[in-house]
Design a protein around this ligand. Structure first.
Ligand code: TYD
Ligand code: MG
Length: 452
């Protein structure tokens, strides 16, 4: 007797599975999102799966050649990946529609030094559209093969004929396999097809980039369900019309602290040579109150970033913190430290904090600059022009050492800063033209910064 296919109902919003249809997903609460599909256990089988004899091998026999990397030809992208594209690696590139994912990957495909074929698979744009874009960006596309389809068996045929070293899939959401019972664009389709492509690149020594669209709240469940299947997850963020930040949120082959900074121009995505220029506002005479410049470490780079603070009396006496670029809990902690140690009343104020250029910063060395900005905002006394600050604060208002103080001082000196307040440190070389004040406590640092 023919075995009947088992059906399940899966939420197209969060991926939750149910045995029967429901009007509302019990997991995410969305209405009418459950769609019928064949249970995964019933899809495999048939002629397609060739059985290999499973075999283990000694770890000692694994060749280290496996760790060779291929440069993407774009330094900012290589840095975020941890030094280039790893062989057999899979990278998910997420971001809102229109942010520049396709542009970045097309530019990378053209910039990769020729070592083999690069296959760009697009289920979203036509070959003509991609050619127009490549021409407009004046790319050298001699190594790029293009295939406009999202149908998995067709893609597999092309892969087996071409044997590319790099495969770019734009986007995972357009992948579709008729082998699977469910409709196109469902989470199961995306997961199943991505899984098959991941297996192909791992078996054939290639690398894969999967593009995934995410919505404004960044929490669309679809691409999130791919995260555990891939080696690296990169997210593209936009802060203003032109700037784009590329961050790794997972990286099996490198750190997740690095960011790639680009501007979108009519020539495509351009790497930003001097990122500090994006995060500083040039002022000639005097700083307004509430502005401090922090010398922070972002991955392997030192950046100078303007911190802006504003305090206004809180309505009803309940103080609130409005800060989306610096963690609100950190702002509250630094404000409490200021209040306790310098008798500066902030607990009856609403506190607004912003970072010029819209970059998000989590680095510990930011504390002292944040304290200086809050102090300046509350007292109305501006910081001196061309002063920079670095240092972590303890709850007892001590200034703690920060990593790579030398580099932070050098970056500040290079941008024309002439005063730097930071933690005490041994054996640091102070660049010409900058006065370094080593503070033991928050009180000392504030005194030195606001002395003039
Ligand atoms: P795109 O790479 O298509 O975004 P995604 O793949 O993430 O959806 O980028 C589209 C946007 O970028 C579009 O709004 C136009 C803009 N853009 C430029 O400003 N300059 C350029 O050279 C290119 C190619 C795109
Ligand atoms: Mg696109």
């Amino acid at each position: 007797m023919k075995k009947q296919k088992a059906l399940i109902f899966r939420c197209s919003s969060c991926g939750h599975e149910e045995a029967k249809w429901l009007g509302r997903c019990p997991s995410c609460g969305e209405w009418n999102t459950l769609v019928e599909e064949v249970a995964a256990a019933h899809i495999s089988g048939g002629a397609k799966t060739e059985r290999r004899i499973p075999q283990s091998f000694p770890l000692a026999r694994v060749s280290v050649e496996d760790t060779t990397r291929l440069s993407s030809g774009i330094e900012e992208l290589d840095r975020v990946l941890g030094g280039g594209i790893m062989r057999r690696s899979v990278t998910l590139v997420g971001g809102e529609p229109g942010i520049g994912k396709s542009t970045l990957l097309l530019q990378a495909a053209a910039a990769i030094p020729a070592k083999g074929r690069i296959l760009y698979i697009s289920g979203e744009e036509s070959a003509g559209q991609i050619k127009l874009r490549a021409d407009r960006l004046k790319l050298n596309y001699t190594n790029i093969e293009i295939f406009c389809s999202g149908v998995l068996p067709e893609i597999e045929t092309v892969l087996n004929a071409l044997h590319p070293i790099l495969v770019i899939v734009d986007s995972a959401q357009t992948l579709y396999s008729p082998d699977l019972g469910s409709a196109p664009c469902t989470i199961n389709q995306m997961k199943y097809c991505s899984f098959e492509l991941i297996n192909w690149v791992k078996d054939h020594d290639a690398a894969l980039f999967l593009v995934a669209h995410i919505t404004k709240d960044g929490l669309i469940a679809g691409p999130k369900t791919l995260e555990h299947m891939v080696d690296t997850v990169l997210y593209f963020e936009q802060t203003d019309a032109e700037s784009r930040f590329l961050r790794a949120s997972k990286n099996r082959f490198g750190s997740v602290d690095e960011i790639g900074i680009f501007t979108m121009s009519e020539k495509g995505l351009l790497p930003v040579e001097d990122p500090s220029l994006l995060f500083l506002v040039r002022r000639d005479n005097q700083l307004p109150p509430g502005i401090a410049t922090a010398s922070v470490l972002e991955g392997s780079r030192c950046l100078l970033v303007e911190i802006q603070a504003l305090t206004v009396p809180a309505k009803g006496g309940i103080s609130r913190v409005f800060s989306d670029k610096i963690d609100g809990a950190r702002v509250s902690r630094v404000a409490a430290t200021l209040e306790k140690n310098l008798a500066l009343r902030l607990s009856d104020q609403d506190i607004y904090v912003n970072v010029a250029g819209g970059i998000r910063i989590n680095e510990v060395g930011l504390d002292l600059a944040l304290a200086a900005a809050l102090y300046s905002a509350r007292t109305g006394i501006p910081l001196p022009l061309r002063s920079a600050v670095s240092g972590e604060l303890t709850l007892a208002a001590e200034v703690m050492p920060v990593k790579r103080l030398d580099g932070r001082l050098k970056a500040a000196a290079g941008l024309g800063f002439d005063f730097f307040a930071g933690p005490r440190a041994e054996n640091i070389s102070i660049p010409n033209g900058i006065t370094f004040y080593a503070a033991k406590t928050l009180g000392e640092a504030i005194k030195a910064l606001f002395a003039s």
